[in-house]
Structures are given as structure tokens and as C-alpha cells.
Design a protein around this ligand. Structure first.
Ligand code: GLP
Length: 229
């Protein structure tokens, strides 16, 4: 499929998520925040109206969140405002790494992630796995780089972006049965090309995904990749 606009990208990713829910009504989803997935959530909400998609058994796992942040700025609030409150998701199925000591154990106890959607940071971060994070990392606390803080500043207005987050690790993400990474806009072209055409290196965390067997990269600037057979 030829994707040329943000709207097409969003619709395609929403369709992937809906297809997964229809195939496995109690599937586990790994869900991102950021600007990029907003259109996907909008499309999901529209397509779920009037009970067209049943979210009641779907388990949603936020990829990451800030530590020590006012609840209104948390990624959990973001997901609530953009998705959870607008579909028939069940409150007890909405998880976040700040809620438990052992997020990886919780994911495993729920059967493991079936589909994880990721954005990509300007420095190649995925979730809050900043450059230098190792392939073997499980859910952990991470110190945010200044470029990540700057990219996320608009959501905080004049307040300071927290220094620390808690995030699924690279290993947590790599264990997901399938992964879709989304990127929108020319400003992401360079980092997407280095992540998926360049060497696999911890310095560009997204590049570690090259080794995943069921990875899709979907962009609206002509870069597409699928490792699924
Ligand atoms: C944040 C999130 C990431 C997200 C990234 C890119 O740092 N923790 O999960 O992928 O931002 O966000 P955007 O889509 O706004 O470019």
C-alpha cells in the first residue's frame, strides 16, 4: 500500500490494531504516546463507535511514562484522553509501568504482547529507551536526554519536563509477537533511515528492532519496511 499522508498512515495502523482485536479479542497491545499516534487513536475511536470494535477484553500496556509527574501530564492520562475513555475498554485491563513493580511479569502473566506500536524519537529512542540502552533491558527507569525533553516540552507548557521515565526495555519490546513502528514527517526521515538501513547499534535504539522477525515500519514519507514472511 502506498502511504502518502498522515491520515493514510493513521488509518493503516488503526486497521492493523482492529484486525488483531478481531482475530484475538483478548489480545495484549503495547501502546505509545507522542504526536505520531494521535491520528491512529482518532481513527480507532471512530471505527469503534457504536460497538463496532469490542475493546472489553483487550489488554492495553502503555510503553512508558514519566516518573514523579503531575497525573494530568502522565502518559496514562494521554492514553485515557485519546483512546481508553472513548472506547469500551475495561478499566482493569489498562496497565502502565508505574503501577507495578514487575511490569514484565505482568505482561507475561497476561500471555505476552501480541502487537506493539512504537513511535521513534529524534535520537532513535523507542519508548523511553534512550541511546546506550542494551538489547537485554527489561522494564527500567531511564534518564531522559535533553533532546527528548525538548521534543516533549509542548505538552508541559512552561513547566519543566521530568528528568526520569519508566519504560518497557528493548527486550520487553522485542518479545512482542509483532511490532509496528510509525513515523511521520520529513524531520523523521534521517533517523528512520539510520535505524533501519544503518548498522544495528545501541546508539540508535530503534536499530535493534532490525532483528525482530515480524516488524513493520510505516511512514508517510515513502519509507516502508516489513520483515514478516
Ligand atoms: C516520546 C515517547 C516515545 C515516542 C517519542 C516520539 O519520547 N516516550 O514513545 O515514540 O516521544 O514522539 P513523537 O511521536 O511526538 O515524535
Amino acid at each position: 500500500m502506498d502511504i502518502q499522508t498522515y491520515q493514510q498512515l493513521s488509518a493503516l495502523v488503526a486497521d492493523q490494531i482492529i484486525a488483531k482485536i478481531k482475530q484475538k479479542p483478548d489480545c495484549c497491545l503495547g501502546l505509545p504516546t507522542g504526536h505520531t499516534p494521535i491520528g491512529t487513536y482518532k481513527s480507532l475511536v471512530e471505527q469503534s463507535a457504536n460497538g463496532q470494535v469490542d475493546w472489553s477484553r483487550v489488554r492495553c500496556f502503555a510503553l512508558d511514562d514519566y516518573l514523579e509527574v503531575d497525573a494530568s501530564f502522565s502518559f496514562q492520562s494521554f492514553l485515557q484522553n485519546n483512546l481508553y475513555d472513548k472506547v469500551n475498554a475495561s478499566r482493569q485491563n489498562l496497565f502502565n509501568p508505574t503501577m507495578v513493580d514487575n511490569y514484565d511479569g505482568l505482561i507475561a502473566a497476561n500471555g505476552g504482547l501480541d502487537l506493539t506500536i512504537l513511535g521513534i524519537g529524534a535520537n532513535g529512542h523507542i519508548a523511553f529507551n534512550e541511546p546506550g540502552t542494551c538489547l537485554q533491558s527489561w522494564t527500567h527507569c531511564s534518564f531522559l536526554t535533553s533532546s527528548t525533553k525538548l521534543a516533549n516540552q509542548d505538552a508541559f507548557g512552561s513547566q519543566e519536563v521530568p528528568d526520569r521515565g519508566i519504560t518497557m526495555g528493548i527486550k520487553t519490546i522485542m518479545e512482542s509477537r509483532s511490532i509496528t513502528l510509525i513515523a511521520s514527517g520529513e524531520k523523521k526521515r534521517g533517523i528512520v533511515e539510520s535505524a533501519f538501513r544503518g548498522p544495528i547499534t545501541n546508539e540508535v535504539p530503534a536499530s535493534l528492532l532490525q532483528e525482530h522477525k515480524t516488524l513493520s515500519v510505516i511512514t508517510d514519507f515513502g519509507f516502508m519496511l516489513s520483515t514478516a514472511n
